[in-house]
Structure formats: C-alpha cells, structure tokens
Design a protein around this ligand. Structure first.
Ligand SMILES: [Zn+2]
Length: 440
C-alpha cells in the first residue's frame, strides 16, 4: 500500500525548468515518499499536510515507479504533476533493511578503503559535497527534526501568537519558519530561534571533523564546492574559502530584512534579540517577559531575521548557478549527514553524470528513492569495488575521522585539534594513538 507522507513541506525553485522535482521532508516515521513536479514553477510553500491531501490515493498502488499523475494543492490552488518516485512496501523494505545490516562491518570497511583510494587517486579531481545536520551533530547543534529536537518539543502555547497561529504550529511546527507566518508574525521564528541566534553569536558551537574534512579536501586541491543545508555557519570556521561554500538554505551568521533585503549589523541584531525577544525555553533570566519588534534600519519593517531561507522563500541564486556549473565535471559527490529528502538540495544526487561516484556518509543508507544503489545486502561487490554508489554507516564524525586516517591526513587534522568540539578532540586523540604503532 502506498501512502503519501502526512507531514510534508516543499521548497520549489524559481523559474528553473530543470529543477522541478520536489520531495517532501520525511518525518522519519513513514518510509514512502513521492516527488512532485510543479507545472507552475513559482516558488511557494506547497506542503504541510494539506498540500497533497487532495490526491486521490486509490489509483496509487497500481502506478509504476516514475508514473505521473495530476493532483491539486489545496493551499496553492494550483495543479501539481506528481511522480511516484519510490513506493516501498513496508514488509519488503524491512527485510531489505535487515539484509543491509548483515555484513555491515565488512562492507563499511571496504567502502571506507575504496573511498579513500579513489579520493587519493588522480581520477578524483573534482569533489562536491552535500552536507546536512548529521555533520554538525558532534558540535552539539540543536537538532530541529529528530525526535526530541526543537520541532518535536515545540510548545506553541508559550509563543507570542494568535490562537490560530498556535494551532497551525501545533499541527506542524515548521510553520515557525514559513514565509506567510513570518510576515504575519515574526515572534514565532525569533522566539524559537533565540537560543540558536545567541549561541551562534557566542561561538558556542565548533566545526566538527566533518567540516574539517572538507577543509582537507580543499587543501589537497580536490574540493570543487561544498553545498551545505545547514544554517549554523560552522563551515565558515574552516579555511575553506567562502566562494567554495553554498549555504543552500541560507545562514544564521548573517542578518537581513526579509522584506527589503537590507543587510543589518550582526552584533546589533543579536543584542536586540537578547533585549527584545522573550526566552520561551526558560534559560535566560535576563530575557524580557514580553517580546517586542526589531525594526529594519532601512525600511522600518519588523521583518529583520538571520539570512536563512524560509519555507516558501527562494533559494540563493548561487545554488542553481554553481551546481549547474559544478556537477557535469564532478568525479565524486559526497553526501553526508542528510536524509536527502529536502528538495531541491537533494537534486544534486540525481543531477551528477552517470560517471560520478556517489558516497553516502550517514547513519543510515539514504537516497534509494533517488536512484542510489548500494552493493546489495553486503554481498556482491562488497560495497566498494567499482560500484558507483557506496555507503559508510554510523556517526558522521567517526566516519570522516576514519577516512582522514586512511588518507594519511591525521597530522593535518591534528593542526586544528584545539578548534574541534570536545567529543571530536577525544575521537581524534584516540585515532592518533591507534595510528602510532605500525601495523606490521
Ligand atoms: Zn527592511
């Protein structure tokens, strides 16, 4: 049986015929996904439960993968053309997952070795990397999506909002970061993000081994571009030049007016957040009891916020321009710490040429819906050996550390040891100690 995901949000690119696919955010509880292609390519939010509610589910099970059908977005009131990208039957997919776990250690080892050998080889001249929240986990960045994350623990009753707005946020916490909500009421965004904004200002979080691995790729002349879905700005703590970094969903480290686009002073804005926005988490005794507006220095509108992309907002132009330029000659696409369900960032995985190797570093294999094919069940090619797609499971920081060690880059990573978060420092120390006695 095929189900459409109940909680889904779409971000669609603007006026770009090549990037029509949209994939809902998975909430992790549903294995099935659909991708949609808009007939009208204007950026807008289509999701949040209602978007695909009008789809007639009855004919879905009979549709083959890749089939198209029309449905209507309730909110946008526009016809959608939706394509069934992957429909996993729950029992079959459970068996497949179990099969993937068999022989996981040996295939992981093989995948690590194959990846290191390929990166070190002359055949690997251009690496693009797409990162998600998983690479920032070791930094202790608050997670928005996972169970226990900010969305799951959101308490709308504490947020400065109307009853209707609270109901919307209760039904779908992503309304906090949605365009129409923000223009109607800026406080949900600012109150929920307050600790993140102030923590970023205070440099509370540090770049992880995952971020530093990208820096090492750059140092060794392999990095073409880092596409990060993270808004935490940790990538900019590294020596990777900022023109090599595309913050696909914007960054919290810059501040601008959502209405007029005027950039604002970062420090002034953070000070204003501290003095004008209440603390719904009850951790800052100096916070005001009530929130008040923060006005744009240019237009006076209270729509100043970190330069993150709201749901329904346009992605940075650089994403489309640079990915179109980078992907055709990409030898290796590393996909790290992302569930690959947010469009259009996930389109990188499908837009690279067939000759491009794809390496997924994540706590679970992702992207099958997008056509990634790992070595079947731990047998066959053993996860490495010439296969186009490979998967390295487990914690991101640990995997990047092992890759660093196999590439012989541990000493270089050691140069930034003190700038790593404590957990990453400890892992690096362990790896360095293990590397000391030669194996033979
Ligand atoms: Zn303004």
């Amino acid at each position: 049986m095929v189900h459409l995901i109940g909680t889904s949000t779409y971000i669609l690119p603007e006026e770009n015929d090549q990037h029509h696919e949209a994939l809902p955010h998975s909430d992790g509880r549903h294995g099935e996904m659909v991708t949609g292609a808009l007939l009208h390519s204007r950026p807008r939010l289509l999701g949040s439960r209602s978007a695909l509610a009008a789809v007639d589910l009855a004919p879905l099970p009979a549709l083959p993968l890749g089939a198209h059908w029309l449905c209507r977005s309730r909110r946008a009131q526009q016809p959608l053309q939706v394509r069934l990208h992957a429909a996993r039957h729950s029992s079959a997919s459970a068996m497949q997952e179990a099969g993937d776990d068999g022989g996981a250690a040996s295939s992981r080892d093989a995948a690590l070795q194959a990846a290191a050998e390929f990166i070190a080889s002359d055949a690997c001249r251009s690496v693009c990397i797409l990162t998600g929240a998983g690479v920032s986990v070791a930094a202790g960045i608050p997670d928005f999506r996972s169970p226990g994350g900010m969305y799951a623990t959101l308490r709308p009753e504490l947020i400065t909002a109307t009853e209707r707005q609270r109901m919307l946020m209760a039904s779908d916490p992503t309304y906090v970061v949605e365009t129409s909500m923000f223009f109607a009421n800026q406080f949900p965004y600012l109150e929920v993000r307050r600790p993140f904004i102030l923590g970023t200002q205070a440099h509370r979080w540090k770049a992880t081994i995952g971020h530093r691995f990208v820096e090492l790729l750059h140092r060794h002349g392999k990095l073409t571009r880092l596409y990060t879905q993270n808004i935490d700005g940790l990538d900019y703590q590294t020596a990777v030049p900022s023109d090599r970094i595309v913050p696909v969903h914007g960054t919290i480290g810059k501040v601008q007016c959502e209405k007029c686009g005027a950039e604002q002073d970062y420090g002034d804005f953070c000070d204003a957040v501290k003095s004008s926005i209440k603390d719904i988490y009850g951790e800052d005794a100096s916070a005001p009891a009530e929130s008040s507006n923060i006005a744009c220095v240019k237009c006076g509108s209270p729509t100043v916020k970190p330069a993150t992309v709201l749901f329904g907002g346009s992605l940075p132009e650089a994403f489309f321009r640079l990915s179109a330029a980078d992907l055709p000659s990409c030898d290796l696409l590393i996909i790290a710490g992302t569930s690959l369900v947010v469009s259009p960032a996930n389109s990188l995985a499908t837009r690279v040429p067939p000759s491009t190797r794809r390496l997924v570093i994540n706590n679970e294999p992702v992207g099958r819906e997008l056509g990634l094919q790992y070595g079947a069940g731990g047998d066959g090619d053993g996860g490495g050996g010439g296969a186009r797609d490979s998967f390295i499971g487990g914690d991101c920081d640990a995997s990047f550390l092992e890759l660093t060690a196999r590439l012989g880059w541990l000493d270089e990573l050691g140069e930034v040891r003190d700038a790593l978060p404590p957990a990453s420092q400890a892992a690096l120390d362990d790896a360095a100690a293990a590397a000391l006695p030669p194996d033979a």
